[in-house]
Design a protein around this ligand. Structure first.
Ligand SMILES: [Zn+2]
Length: 278
C-alpha cells in the first residue's frame, strides 16, 4: 500500500509576474517584470508531501518557518526576499507540529526527507529533522550555498548547523522523457527525475502507487494551468530549460495515469482526494 498526503505548511504570496513569466522574455527581464508588477496572486499554499511506502515514510520538502516573518530573518540587501514574496507561517503550521498532529514523530517515523530544491519555502522546516536522512541533488545543493544561493532565493545562512545532505547524482536509467533518474526505494517505486529550470538541479519525486502515479513536481511548475500552457515562471534563470522540463512532465503524464502535485498548487487537495490524473 502506497499513499501520498499533502501537508499545508502555511501560505506564500507572490506577484503575478512570478507565477507566470512573459513568453519570449529572458531571465533578467522576468525579474524586472516582477519588481514592476503591482498585482499579487491570492495566497498560495506551501505543501510538503508525506509518502507512505512499505520501506518507510518519506517527506518531500519541509515548507517554511514562522521565523520568516521575524524582522532580521530575511536579508535586507536582497529586496526580493522582503518585497516580492510574503510568507505567512504560524508556529503550529510548521511541518514538525503538523506531523505531530498526525501522530508522527519526525525522528522516529520519517525514513528520509527529500528536497526538490533549496528555496527557503522548501527548506525552512529542516530544523525539525536533525536525526533524519536528508536527500538532495548534488547540483541543487552546490548552487544553493554561499552568496550564489543567497542571490537565488536560498537562505544558506539559516540552514541548520547539522545539515549534511545525502547528495545524489541523477545517473540512473532514463524514465520516459527524462534522460536519467535516481531510485529512492529498493523496489524502484519512488525515484527522482531531473526537472531543472525553476532552479538548477531541481528534481521531482515520482511515486508509482497502486494503479496511479504521483508526480511531486516541487516548483518545476507552480500549477497545472502553467504546465498545460507550457509557461515558465518569472524567477527561472533559464526559461527555455523550464519549458523543456514542462514538456517532459506532460509527456510523462501522457504515458501513464499521473496525478500532478506541485508544491504551491491550490488544486492539490482536490486532485489527491479524487485521484484526478492529468
Ligand atoms: Zn522554488
Amino acid at each position: 500500500m502506497i499513499s501520498v498526503t499533502a501537508i499545508e505548511t502555511g501560505k506564500a504570496r507572490m506577484k503575478t509576474a512570478q507565477r507566470t513569466g512573459r513568453d519570449g522574455r529572458g531571465a533578467f527581464g522576468r525579474k524586472i517584470d516582477i519588481f514592476r508588477d503591482k498585482a499579487w496572486v491570492d495566497p498560495l499554499p506551501i505543501y510538503a508531501f508525506l509518502i507512505e511506502h512499505p520501506e518507510g515514510r518519506f517527506l518531500v520538502d519541509t515548507g517554511d518557518t514562522w521565523r520568516n516573518s521575524v524582522p532580521g530573518y530575511l536579508p535586507r540587501w536582497n529586496p526580493f526576499f522582503t518585497k516580492e514574496v510574503i510568507i505567512k507561517v504560524a508556529p503550529g503550521e510548521e511541518i514538525g507540529p503538523r506531523l505531530n498532529a498526525m501522530g508522527l514523530d519526525p525522528a522516529r517515523d520519517i525514513e528520509a526527507v527529500i528536497l526538490t530544491h533549496f528555496h527557503h519555502d522548501h527548506t525552512g522546516g529542516l530544523d525539525h529533522f536533525p536525526h533524519n536522512r536528508i536527500i538532495a541533488s548534488r547540483e541543487s545543493y552546490e548552487v544553493s550555498r554561499g552568496l550564489k544561493g543567497m542571490l537565488m532565493g536560498c537562505l544558506p545562512q539559516r540552514w541548520p548547523i547539522w545539515l549534511k545532505p545525502e547528495l545524489v547524482d541523477l545517473n540512473g536509467p532514463a524514465v520516459g522523457p527524462f534522460p536519467a533518474s535516481h531510485p529512492i526505494t529498493r523496489d524502484g517505486r519512488i525515484f527522482l527525475v531531473p526537472t531543472p529550470g525553476h532552479a538548477p538541479g531541481h528534481v521531482s519525486v515520482v511515486v508509482r502507487g497502486d494503479g496511479v502515479t504521483y508526480f511531486l513536481a516541487g516548483d518545476a511548475t507552480y500549477d497545472d494551468v502553467n504546465l498545460r500552457a507550457e509557461k515558465a515562471d518569472g524567477v527561472t534563470n533559464n526559461p527555455d530549460l523550464s519549458v523543456r522540463t514542462l514538456r517532459a512532465i506532460k509527456l510523462f503524464a501522457a504515458g501513464e495515469p499521473t496525478v500532478i502535485l506541485p508544491a504551491h498548487d491550490p488544486g492539490v487537495p482536490q486532485r489527491l482526494a479524487a485521484g484526478m490524473t492529468f
